[in-house]
Design a protein around this ligand. Structure first.
Ligand code: C5P
Length: 232
């Protein structure tokens, strides 16, 4: 099912409560390290109790045993989506998935291929990866599928390539979304909600274009309508 995931990149629960006051219906939210590291698991319990879906974006990246332990620690929160860094390798992703299955959870476990703030220069000059960005993302996505995970977080620009190699049902969650005319900020590979739909993204992750807007709910509705191809 396609949807917009709103990145709750706030420092405190108070800010989240204030922000969500403007939303009359439950939405798909993303809790990342900024909020989770301050508020802990309670913020996830709060959102779930309010009927919101939660993508817990903690991007686990460690040795397989530690990632399994981290997954075990958050499993009781019953989040809808969770992720690990594909750069941690196949065994690490398998360990996370095995733990989730052992706990009997329906949580979707995804991997991050490359951060959408990474561009070709950073890949080559800082990470010292000599392969083109697209090839690297596809290789990490293929590793993810090998490990048994159902999908990846990637740029919408990479969705056609990933789906053509790994199947239309391989889930793609795409941050780096900017409505036409919005500032890019620190994101390098950005597309509009409409382009994300044409490219075949399953979910778009949107933060600042909604959270920093003077009318967050209005911005959310507009972006959602554009992405889903609905009349708003
Ligand atoms: O504010 P903005 O729309 O750029 O927020 C994008 C969100 O998606 C942030 O919470 C960021 O951590 C997350 N993200 C990303 N690129 C990835 C994975 C997650 O930008 N590859």
């Amino acid at each position: 099912m396609k949807d917009v995931i709103v990145a709750l990149d706030f420092q405190s629960k108070e800010e989240v409560v204030e922000f969500l006051k403007g939303f009359p219906e439950p939405i798909y939210t993303k809790v990342g390290m900024e909020l989770f590291n301050r508020e802990g698991p309670d913020i996830v319990r709060y959102l779930k109790a309010k009927g919101h879906k939660v993508f817990l974006d903690l991007k686990f990246h460690d040795i397989p045993n530690t990632v399994a332990g981290a997954v075990r620690s958050v499993a009781s929160l019953d989040v809808d989506m969770l992720n690990v860094q594909a750069a941690g390798g196949i065994a690490m992703m398998e360990a996370g998935l095995a733990e989730l299955k052992k706990q009997g959870k329906g949580t979707i476990l995804l991997s991050i291929t490359m951060l959408t703030s990474t561009n070709s220069e950073i890949l080559k000059n800082e990470l010292w990866i000599d392969h083109p960005l697209d090839d690297t993302v596809l290789h990490y996505a293929a590793n993810t599928k090998k490990a048994g995970l159902p999908g990846v977080v990637c740029s919408a620009l990479e969705v056609p390539l990933i789906k053509s190699h790994l199947g239309a049902d391989f889930v793609t969650v795409t941050p780096g979304i900017r409505p036409a005319g919005d500032a890019k900020g620190d994101q390098a590979r950005v597309v509009t909600p409409d382009q994300a739909r044409s490219l075949g993204s399953d979910y778009i992750v949107v933060g600042r274009p909604i959270t920093k807007n003077s009318d967050p709910y209005g911005a959310y509705r507009k972006i959602r309508a554009e992405f889903l191809g609905l009349e708003d």
